[in-house]
Every structure is written in C-alpha cells, then in structure tokens.
Design a protein around this ligand. Structure first.
Ligand SMILES: [Zn+2]
Length: 64
C-alpha cells in the first residue's frame, strides 16, 4: 500500500528581504534584490521556501 501523500496546504510564515552587494570593480556598487518567503504545510508541517532574485541595476521589482 503506497504511503498516503500529503496534499500540502502551505501557509505563509514570513518574508525576508536582502540587498546583496556585489563587488563593484571600480564602478558604482552593484546590488541585487533578493526576497525569501518561508512557508509551512498546515497538515504535515513540511517547511518550504521560495527565493526570488533580480539584478540590482534594474529598478525595484514589484515583489520586493
Ligand atoms: Zn503537507
């Protein structure tokens, strides 16, 4: 008999936003937009996270 699969029902826990700074090579400092969202499943408590990044030279993304 196969293991019963959890139909995950993820709840959002928290978001963290970072601006990563990359080496500048003599130009103005390059920064990345980075956002990590943390989730857990209400049923089996599995943790998950989603990370989104965008190049820092682009304007601030909607999700940041
Ligand atoms: Zn689950």
């Amino acid at each position: 008999m196969p293991d019963k699969q959890c139909e995950h029902k993820f709840k959002h826990i928290s978001s963290s936003r970072e601006e990563g700074v990359r080496p500048s090579f003599g130009m103005s400092p390059a920064r990345d937009w980075k956002r990590t969202d943390h989730f857990y499943c209400e049923k089996c408590l599995k943790m998950d996270k989603v990370t989104q990044t965008e190049d820092g030279w682009k304007k601030k993304p909607d999700w940041f």
